[in-house]
Design a protein around this ligand. Structure first.
Ligand code: UGA
Length: 434
């Protein structure tokens, strides 16, 4: 089939490459000419494990091309996937849908052939219906265009495998024809056993925000338990292990620590509460505000413990921060808990040296005042305290005995509960965890 993928960020670039990989003719579209130039040469403009190989293969096969022209996209596509970002509005918790609207406004007037527009971005319930109206108003008379929603559940760091072998596919469609087209797009995946759920667009939109809300709730739940554990002398790691053996609960997303960040979970739960308020059902999901607050509290607790470990003040203390991205295996620093903590301790007067395996350039762009040191030993040189804020596997491989040579103070706060505490302690370190 001939597909376009409009918006080539984390979501779109992966979707475009993977759709070409399963045999479709794909045209990736973006307004960012630099990004399009890079992708056309099969260069991935961000860090995502495994994407380089799939993109290289897809471009090499001649099935994947890129353009900045929506006119070209309109001429090319049987199916147009919208993959632009829907960030939080600057001055409210609601989702900013301007990029999605701009795609519709740019595409609809140019459509001449029968096609299906399929949204993949995370949007408030009711968006498909609104966009369908917007398309009808702008598409040339007589053009047969439908709108459907097919939310994406991929995780950064696992984007390729999540796209080629997703847990499920959800199609929010208004007609059998749209359903048939989407089943055809995903036929190789469905044949391989991926469950395909066909439903209405409002449900499809909601599945996505409900899933992210549930995941955020799980994380904040275990972080709330961690605070109670601290007060009672209990161990949240054993607690979550023991809870996780109950298959109704499950072990995943039950790791206590600095909490969730990134471009999705935080803004999605906020946009969900804002949309529920608009729909008059705000009180049904008001607990999500508490989930957000528990999450924010982990960042404050980390700063409080750090201050406590340094005898009550962070001012003029030298602090090494290990990890800047919102989680490992990505270079994404959007709403990164690690960077929020780094910024807070810097505001209290600490000298902060940051290390991250992939996220330094993005972090520097957001927080230029910190020192960015591309080597763990150098970042930790003379540090009064080391903060472990993002659990990259590199940090688990650090030899605490060797690091102690450059960090005689030997104090570390493991805000991700990911280091081997007994190993560090036996090398003479004072280790505290969240
Ligand atoms: C999340 C969802 O997991 C995806 O299913 C969804 O498609 C995506 O958002 C999206 O909406 O596009 P992602 O943002 O890549 O994916 O990150 P996650 O792997 O979900 O991690 C989110 C945050 O939770 C990270 O900051 C991570 O460190 C934190 N986390 C995760 C915990 O603090 N504890 C855990 O046990 C698990």
């Amino acid at each position: 089939m001939r597909l376009t993928v409009i918006g080539t960020g984390y979501l779109g670039a992966v979707h475009a490459a993977c759709m070409a990989d399963i045999g479709h003719e794909v045209l990736g579209v973006d307004i960012d000419a630099e990004k399009i130039a890079a992708l056309s040469e099969a260069r991935v403009p961000f860090f995502e494990p495994g994407l380089q190989e799939v993109l290289g293969k897809a471009v090499g096969s001649g099935r994947l091309h890129f353009t900045t022209s929506l006119e070209e996209a309109a001429e090319f596509g049987d199916v147009h996937f919208i993959c632009v970002s829907t960030p939080q509005c600057r001055d409210s918790p609601a989702a900013d849908l301007r990029a999605v609207d701009a795609v519709i406004d740019g595409l609809a007037p140019q459509l001449r052939r029968r096609c299906l527009i399929v949204g993949k971005s995370t949007v408030p319930a009711g968006t498909t219906a609104r966009l369908a109206m917007r398309v009808r108003e702008q598409a040339p008379e007589g053009t047969d265009v439908e709108v459907a929603w097919n939310p994406e559940f991929l995780r950064e760091g696992f984007a390729v495998q999540d796209t080629l072998r997703p847990d499920r596919l959800v199609a929010g469609v208004l007609s059998q024809r749209a359903d048939r087209i989407l089943r055809e797009v995903y036929a190789p995946l469905v044949r391989a056993g991926v469950p395909y759920i066909s439903t209405d667009p409002a449900t499809a939109e909601l599945v996505k925000v409900a899933a992210n809300s549930f995941l955020a709730t799980k994380i904040s739940f275990i972080n709330a338990m961690a605070e109670v554990c601290d007060a009672t002398g209990a161990d949240v790691m054993s607690l979550s292990e023991a809870l996780g053996y109950d298959p109704r609960i499950g072990r995943r997303f039950l790791s206590a620590g600095l909490g969730f960040g990134g471009g999705c979970l935080p803004k999605d739960i906020r946009a969900f509460t804002a949309r529920a308020d608009e729909l008059g059902v705000g009180s049904a999901v008001s607990f999500l505000r508490e989930i957000d607050e528990i999450n924010a509290r982990q960042r404050r607790r980390t700063v409080d413990i750090a201050r406590d470990m340094l005898g009550g003040t962070l001012a003029a203390r030298r602090i090494a921060v290990l990890g800047a991205t919102f989680k490992p295996d990505t270079d994404d620093v959007r709403d990164s808990p690690a960077l929020a903590v780094a910024a807070a301790i810097h505001r209290e007067g600490a000298e902060v040296a940051v290390h991250d395996p992939e996220g330094m350039d993005n972090a520097r762009a957001v927080l230029p005042k910190l020192d960015y040191v591309p080597d763990v030993d150098k970042a930790c040189l003379g540090a009064d305290l080391v903060l472990h804020l993002t659990e990259w596997s590199d940090y688990r491989r650090i030899d605490p005995g060797a690091l102690a040579v450059v960090t005689p103070a030997r104090k570390i706060l493991d805000a991700r509960n990911a280091l081997d505490a007994s190993l560090w302690r036996s090398a003479g370190w004072t280790l505290r965890a969240l």
